[in-house]
Design a protein around this ligand. Structure first.
Ligand code: FES
Length: 112
């Protein structure tokens, strides 16, 4: 799917990345929005989003191994919980949060 930028005004900063139905229950969904890697995941009934780049040396986590909501960085093995953004490795900070909006059944993220 090719994300598209929306309308005018405040919406300009949000990118439509797909349907809420595409966000899996207990696994991350990796997208590219406005040229940035983003991870979407469910946290209970909510959809949350985090930067998809490792906080160590910015490797793309979409290329890492996934087990449930945990992703392992392909570069040096740091692990992150994609449902909370928490780092499970002492060498890394938590993943920065990305703002999410739900409009109807569409998922929009503010990736800048
Ligand atoms: S770049 Fe991810 S652990 Fe080093």
């Amino acid at each position: 799917m090719i994300p598209k930028n929306l309308g005018s005004g405040d919406q300009d900063e949000f990118t439509d990345v797909g349907s809420t139905m595409q966000v899996p229950g207990k696994a991350p969904w990796f997208v590219t929005a406005a040229g940035r890697e983003v991870i979407l995941c469910r946290q209970g009934d909510e959809i949350v989003a985090f930067s998809g780049n490792c906080t160590h040396q910015f490797a793309k986590l979409s290329q890492g191994e996934v087990e449930g909501t945990i992703v392992r960085c392909p570069a040096h093995g740091a692990r992150f919980d994609c449902s909370t953004g928490k780092s499970l490795s002492s060498m890394c900070r938590d993943l920065p949060k990305v703002e999410v909006r739900i409009q109807g059944r569409r998922v929009l993220v503010r990736a800048r």
